[in-house]
Write a protein that binds this ligand. Sequence first.
Ligand SMILES: N[C@@H](CCC(=O)N[C@@H](CS)C(=O)NCC(=O)O)C(=O)O
Length: 81
Amino acid sequence: MIKLYLRADCPYCRKVLNAVEKMGLQEQQDYIIIDAQAGTPGRDVVLKTGGKAMVPFLMDGDHSMYESDDIIAWIRKKYAE
Ligand SMILES: N[C@@H](CCC(=O)N[C@@H](CS)C(=O)NCC(=O)O)C(=O)O
Protein backbone atom coordinates (compact mmCIF):
# COMPACT_ATOMS: atom_id res chain seq x y z
CA MET A 1 0.00 0.00 0.00
CA ILE A 2 1.30 3.44 -0.94
CA LYS A 3 1.72 5.72 2.06
CA LEU A 4 1.61 9.46 1.41
CA TYR A 5 3.01 11.65 4.18
CA LEU A 6 1.49 15.07 3.78
CA ARG A 7 0.73 18.39 5.42
CA ALA A 8 -2.72 19.87 4.91
CA ASP A 9 -1.34 23.33 4.13
CA CYS A 10 1.32 22.22 1.64
CA PRO A 11 0.66 23.10 -2.02
CA TYR A 12 2.99 20.34 -3.28
CA CYS A 13 0.99 17.84 -1.21
CA ARG A 14 -2.23 19.21 -2.74
CA LYS A 15 -0.68 18.76 -6.18
CA VAL A 16 -0.03 15.06 -5.43
CA LEU A 17 -3.55 14.59 -4.06
CA ASN A 18 -5.11 16.28 -7.10
CA ALA A 19 -3.13 13.96 -9.36
CA VAL A 20 -4.11 10.75 -7.55
CA GLU A 21 -7.75 11.83 -7.47
CA LYS A 22 -7.58 12.54 -11.19
CA MET A 23 -6.19 9.02 -11.71
CA GLY A 24 -9.34 7.73 -10.00
CA LEU A 25 -7.49 6.17 -7.08
CA GLN A 26 -9.28 5.61 -3.79
CA GLU A 27 -7.93 6.57 -0.39
CA GLN A 28 -7.69 3.53 1.93
CA GLN A 29 -7.96 1.22 -1.05
CA ASP A 30 -5.04 2.38 -3.22
CA TYR A 31 -3.16 4.67 -0.85
CA ILE A 32 -3.27 6.02 2.66
CA ILE A 33 -2.58 9.53 3.85
CA ILE A 34 -0.49 10.09 6.95
CA ASP A 35 -0.29 13.48 8.61
CA ALA A 36 3.30 14.70 8.65
CA GLN A 37 2.74 18.08 10.26
CA ALA A 38 5.60 19.09 12.58
CA GLY A 39 5.30 17.28 15.90
CA THR A 40 3.40 14.27 14.54
CA PRO A 41 4.55 10.63 14.48
CA GLY A 42 4.28 10.88 10.67
CA ARG A 43 6.92 13.62 10.63
CA ASP A 44 9.22 11.38 12.69
CA VAL A 45 8.83 8.59 10.11
CA VAL A 46 9.64 11.00 7.24
CA LEU A 47 12.78 12.21 9.01
CA LYS A 48 13.94 8.76 10.05
CA THR A 49 13.33 7.19 6.63
CA GLY A 50 14.34 9.92 4.22
CA GLY A 51 16.59 12.08 6.37
CA LYS A 52 14.84 15.36 5.52
CA ALA A 53 11.93 17.25 7.08
CA MET A 54 10.08 17.67 3.81
CA VAL A 55 6.68 16.76 2.41
CA PRO A 56 5.18 15.31 0.32
CA PHE A 57 6.95 12.01 1.05
CA LEU A 58 6.00 8.65 -0.42
CA MET A 59 6.69 5.21 0.96
CA ASP A 60 5.81 2.16 -1.11
CA GLY A 61 7.41 -0.97 0.28
CA ASP A 62 11.16 -0.44 0.16
CA HIS A 63 10.84 2.67 -2.01
CA SER A 64 10.64 6.19 -0.68
CA MET A 65 10.90 9.60 -2.31
CA TYR A 66 10.28 13.28 -1.71
CA GLU A 67 9.71 15.21 -4.93
CA SER A 68 6.04 15.74 -5.82
CA ASP A 69 6.67 15.20 -9.55
CA ASP A 70 8.57 11.97 -8.83
CA ILE A 71 5.79 10.81 -6.51
CA ILE A 72 3.13 11.44 -9.15
CA ALA A 73 5.21 9.65 -11.79
CA TRP A 74 5.77 6.67 -9.44
CA ILE A 75 2.06 6.30 -8.71
CA ARG A 76 1.07 6.77 -12.34
CA LYS A 77 3.53 4.06 -13.44
CA LYS A 78 2.40 1.68 -10.69
CA TYR A 79 -1.27 1.93 -11.56
CA ALA A 80 -0.74 2.02 -15.32
CA GLU A 81 0.75 -1.50 -15.11
N1 LIG B 1 10.25 20.44 -4.74
C1 LIG B 1 9.48 19.89 -3.66
C2 LIG B 1 9.04 20.98 -2.70
C3 LIG B 1 8.44 20.44 -1.43
C4 LIG B 1 8.33 21.52 -0.37
O1 LIG B 1 8.86 22.63 -0.50
N2 LIG B 1 7.64 21.19 0.72
C5 LIG B 1 7.51 22.09 1.84
C6 LIG B 1 6.03 22.21 2.28
S1 LIG B 1 5.02 22.90 0.99
C7 LIG B 1 8.22 21.52 3.05
O2 LIG B 1 8.42 20.31 3.14
N3 LIG B 1 8.63 22.38 3.98
C8 LIG B 1 9.32 21.93 5.15
C9 LIG B 1 8.49 21.36 6.23
O3 LIG B 1 7.29 21.12 6.07
O4 LIG B 1 9.04 21.15 7.28
C10 LIG B 1 8.30 19.10 -4.25
O5 LIG B 1 7.88 19.40 -5.37
O6 LIG B 1 7.82 18.17 -3.58
